[in-house]
Write a protein that binds this ligand. Sequence first.
Ligand code: ARG
Length: 465
Amino acid sequence: MSSPIQPSSSSHKLWGGRFAGGPAPELEAVNRSIDVDFRLWPFDIRLSKAWAAALAGAGVLTEDEAAEISRGLDVVGARIGDGARPEPADEDVHTLIDRLLHDAVGAVASRLHTGRSRNDQVATATRLWTMDACVRLDAMLCDLQSAMVAQAEALEHDVMPAYTHLQRAQPVSGAHWMLSHFWPIARDRRRLSAAAAGAAVLPLGSGAIAGSAFPVDRRAIQAALGFQAVSPNSIDAVGDRDFIAEVLFTLAVLGAHLSRLAEDLILFGSSEFSFVRFGDAFSTGSSMMPQKRNPDALELARGSGARMLGDLVALLGTIKGLPSGYNKDLQEDKRSLFDAVDGMSLLLPAIAGSLATLTFNRDRMKAAVTSSMMATDLADYLVRKRVTFREAHGAVGRLVREAEERGVEMTELPFASFKAACAAFESDVLTELLPATSLGHRNIEGGTGPEAVQRQLESARKALV
Ligand code: ARG
């Protein structure tokens, strides 16, 4: 038999009176969340100050007591800011701050945890942290978009192939390709702002489950902490983690977008494509092959997409099937949230930097636009001369095959071949085979024509706020 588990020593606790002994060290070890939630401290202090003021407003604390607690919370903030760190016995960030508050102001600290629970406290602190994180992430997304716009501006008059099925499809402006990665990020920013609004609902005042028994002014707390609304149901408020799911979904989709951008660039950076060269500051070498210039940040972006997705699935798995109200399972929410936000916060500046330091090989891009990519334009040309598209498609198809068989570009076929394929071809057909002509036909809104791209660039610049 192993020796009986020793109860732990008399550490600072927010609970325990109803137990004869202390918790087993094994329980303490698994229960402790300070390593994960320590970062909530500035928000826990802010909400605690608002709570102290609300308790004074409700007549639970005297104004002097509230002022003393508030002063003490500032001292706690300064101590942690100066490097005070949790002790092994601190269960979570709320316990830590309570202990430090006792150190700072003595017994009056014990009055703060009145009418509130860590259940409404942690939900409030996590929401505040999330609102703040959304602002930081949005700024990084805006930086990434700026790098995209700068590259798009530089590529406005350069032509390159666009691909479907990763096969050369039709010529586009380089700016059009670049901005095709800009708009998904614009949508991500909209989702992020919706997620931030979802987080901005105040749970404090919900107590453990049934609502605080003291008449605190929740609207005043809402205003003091910058929330947009007050939660309408205390049971829901302490168990609701939808706001985390919304952020994680947003980051999972963003991860997918970054992964697709990264994949384009990795491909374009290969010797086979050589459309781009990765900047020195954002390339890594190989320990064995001296010639290597590897786009590690982009590959990590591609890889991180999977992690963001995992974080979302872990959170959804945690909340599915939980009974209503707070359950300790919910302590795991912050692991997923912080992991995804941390991952993105590392990634976004690295992607923006990788993008900003790319050099495009415009000649290679242009050279990859072959005449067969104008086959659709040729068919459209015939349609303008009243040939049906079906007939035109067949005629151009025959021309493509003929060029292929002769091993020449379509531009090198004799005019007689065009005439034989379809009588409607006239001598102006050669201009139809120019990429610039192809682009020029596509000034439709959202198309790759020069004027359309110019307008698109303008809207992209406007979206940079
Ligand atoms: N550390 C806990 C969490 O993150 C705080 C809430 C604890 N609530 C409780 N009833 N034990 O969820």
